[in-house]
Structures are given as structure tokens and as C-alpha cells.
Design a binder for this molecule. Sequence first.
Ligand SMILES: [Zn+2]
Length: 414
Amino acid sequence: MGLRYLWIDSLCIIQDDAIDWQIESSNMARIYEKSYVTISANNSTGMLLGPSAIRRSHSVQLEATDLYGEPKAIIIRSPLDHEKFFASSLEGVGLDGSEWEHDYPLSKRAWCFQERLLATRILHFTEEEVVFECKTHCECECGSIVHRKYGTPLKNLYSGITREAFTPTGLVTTAWDGWKVVVSPYIQKDITNPLDILPALAGLASRVQSDELGQYVAGLWGNELALGLFWFADIVSSRKPPIKTAPSFSWASLAGTSKVKELQWQWWSPDNKAKQAYRIVEIHCPVAGLNPYGTVSDGFVRVHGYVLAIKLKNEQVRLPFNSVVSSKTYEQRAVAFMDRNPITEMTTERDFVCIFGFTWSQDSDSSEKAKQKVSALILERVGTDVYQRVGCLPFLDNDPTWERDAEEKDITII
Ligand SMILES: [Zn+2]
């Protein structure tokens, strides 16, 4: 290719030098975006297996003659599973929930997620074929994969969130919508060191940052924080003891506590006539090192809203579990999405409150009869008016008694 320089992250970043690591990891976006081509060893499970080592499928050439007796060469090799390759480029598109399976280890690693999104051109080395991917084009050796004009869904997603190109899917309408579809698949990836959860997304965050989104707040955005706090996750398993990777109000805290199957956000649109029942008063979320989008060790948000002391009783041992939420005069059955296992801890007499977030009508026609819903965060008290998030109740029936029973005040979520 006539290229003079090769950049390899594990060699070009001094791995045991914290300062060099912080500086270089904040340069990731520039490196991947400005590189001529990025070489991707899709089947590689670690740094010791390069592309040449994993291309196992060698072709065999046979000599033959055609109908006219002319000598011809026939090249035979095992084919690439094109469906599988396509599946590895679908993540993050937020499609209808259908299962797309692939077993490319590289696409399952958190660090490699932004590298694929940011890279201008990629040569994917699979066992069978080399596949070329850029922002607007993807093509394999045999010609079975050809995505012209828009490229693969994954690259297209990046173009969409950075407003570089028109999004044919129409799924991404605002920068915040784009950020959510990026973060949801990202938190499901494997990460060796959970403390890398924010640094491994820092390159992307630095590119997505805009006046529209505002200040970066541990994986969320200041101007969208009221909505941003209302995430809820399907948890597969939890770690013990948990590692603090971010303040509890951020989805990034899940990396240190839980293996996530799906991460969603409270859905808001002008159609469902959502009304915000609380407001953000103060945001304090400094980064721990030199990377402005890197690790956040401590931080808090101060919010003003309706706070209700509750008891949680789980009815079924599964996640997300059905729970009875009750206070003095208020009781209802609801689906609780807890941020970590085991849920048995939740049945003890711990000091829980919920703070109410948004009311909206479940049916988009928003008629009189449409069912009114309200969402709430489940918080555990850790100090005077200081709480940490432990879960989310996204779909409570909007029984207005909560407004009467709750105390309207400022609280801090750490
Ligand atoms: Zn092919």
C-alpha cells in the first residue's frame, strides 16, 4: 500500500504509564479518523493473533478445460458466512429486537466498538475473506456483500449521529437519540477492566459533543440529563463486590456491577405528551484524569422533585421483576428494573425512596381514555438527602396520590 507508518495501540501507548495512557486514549478519535486504513483481525481473541495468523482458509487452484477445450483455472475455497458478517455490522441500529448472532470476538470487545465506528476505512480479515468497509461502502472478495451509497448500518449510524450524512433508517432524529443507540449496544460488550468503560467510548464522545448536547456527564449529556437519568437495564448477572466505575446515576456504573442484556431509556416524544415532573438543579461531575471524556470517580447531580419513601417487595424471582411499590397510602404493582442482582437484597428493610420523572399517556392518540403512566427512579438513602440510584420504575400507573404523599424537595444523587 506504500504506507510508511503503522500504529498499534498496545505498542504505541505506554501501557503501564497512567499519564501517557490518559493522553493517548483521548487521542483515539483523531487516530482512527485520520488513519489511511484500519486493519481489523475479526477472529482475534487477543493481541497475539494477527490477521495473517487467522486467515485459515487457503484457496486451491484446479486446472480444467471449458466446453471449447480451452484451459481454465478454477479457484476453490470455503465461503465466508456473509450473514454472520452482516450481523456484526448491525449492532447499534436498534432494530426490532430480532436476534442477530455472530461470533467475531473483536466485535464483542468494548474497546473495538468506537474503533469500528470512527475508522474511515477498514480491512476486515475474517478466516475466509477480506472485507472492505468505509463510510459509504462495504464489499467482500466474492462480491456477495455489496453495500453501496450508505455503507453498513453500523457505519451509517456513526454518520447519522455526527450529522455527516443522511440516515436512510430515519431512526436517529436528534443527537441524543443517536447517543442512546450507540450506548445501548456498547454497554453489552465485554470489557476486561470495567474502569475503561468511559475511556473506551471517549473518542466517540469527543466527536459527538455539541452545543445541542452540552456538557459531558459520565456518559450522559448535560442538556439531555433530565431524560438521560431515566435509563433502565435488563441485568443478566452481577459482580460482587461491585467496582465503582461511575456515579450511580450513570449507565456507565453498570460496567462495574452488572452484565447487561439490554439498556433502554424512558421513551419520550411529542406524541406521547410527556410532562417532566422534576428538574435538574446542579451538575458536578469532574473527570479523574487528563482525558476530558474519561473516567469519573466522583460526581453528583442535584435534582428537585417529588420524593416518596417506598417499600419494595418482589413477587417473582426474575429480572426485571414484578414488584409491589408501597408507601403509607399508595400501593401498586409495577415492573422494577434493578441495576444489579441479587434482588433478594431488595426485600430487606433498606431505606428506599423514589423520585418521579415523567408522566405521559401510553397510547399515542393521547385521548381522554389513554392510560396515564409515570416513571420513577428507585434510590437508596446513603446520607441526609443524599441517595444512590438502585433501579428504575419506567411504567408506573399514574395514580395521582403520589403527588399528595410525596415530599417536594431537593436531593443529591451520587
Ligand atoms: Zn464474500
